[in-house]
Design a protein around this ligand. Structure first.
Ligand SMILES: CC(C)(COP(=O)(O)OP(=O)(O)OC[C@H]1O[C@@H](n2cnc3c(N)ncnc32)[C@H](O)[C@@H]1OP(=O)(O)O)[C@@H](O)C(=O)NCCC(=O)NCCS
Length: 163
């Protein structure tokens, strides 16, 4: 498996993957395809330039897993990073592709001098929670009814890792 850092020119392909991801697993994410569309490709290009976003693939094949890291903005907050958009395509689950992404994000976080990483996941996402725990993330809170889809509300789990 190879891992690459995405660049602004990867925006269309990245957005297509995220559309498929939201279609297939809407309730696994706090984001939605409509949010990506509202942000627009130019803003996503900027985000790919600013954030560390990685994809794992087999040689030149399709992307198997993706994930991103943002540094929080603000003089008093910029010691923290947010891990976002973790996704492995169904065929790549259980292969270690998602683990490769998490390792790369952590390495990037150390390189830019972050002190801690945060992430959120739907509280009932046992598979994601197990992956994050294996990588040293700890649960620190549950946000009740954090995400709404129509009139269905779901709790989010908040996890962190000190680097
Ligand atoms: C979450 C995700 C990125 C994890 O990647 P993965 O390749 O599936 O992860 P792994 O196969 O390493 O599995 C992680 C752990 O969950 C365990 N697991 C597998 N299926 C499980 C299930 N149905 N329930 C609970 N745990 C499960 C695995 O055994 C493994 O545990 P271990 O670390 O103790 O061995 C991937 O499943 C995914 O993209 N899911 C859909 C989108 C999503 O939920 N994204 C995360 C948003 S926060």
């Amino acid at each position: 498996m190879e891992i690459v850092r995405l660049t602004p020119d990867d925006a269309p392909r990245f957005l297509a993957l995220r559309r498929a991801m939201f279609d297939a697993e809407a309730m696994s994410f706090r984001g939605a395809a409509a949010d990506d569309a509202a942000l627009g490709e130019t803003a996503w290009r900027d985000r790919l330039a600013r954030d560390h976003v990685y994809a794992v693939m087999q040689e030149d094949g399709p992307w198997l897993a993706v994930g991103g890291l943002s540094r929080l903005a603000g003089e008093k907050l910029d010691h923290k990073g947010l891990v976002w958009g973790m996704y492995a395509v169904p065929a790549a689950r259980g292969t270690g592709a998602a683990a490769r992404i998490l390792d790369a994000l952590e390495e990037a976080a150390r390189t830019i001098g972050l002190r801690q990483l945060q992430l959120t996941l739907m509280a009932d996402n046992a598979r994601a929670k197990a992956l994050y725990e294996r990588h040293g993330y700890e649960l620190y809170a549950i946000e009740p009814e954090s995400v709404r889809r129509g009139d269905v509300y779901a709790d989010e789990a908040l996890m962190w890792k000190r680097l």
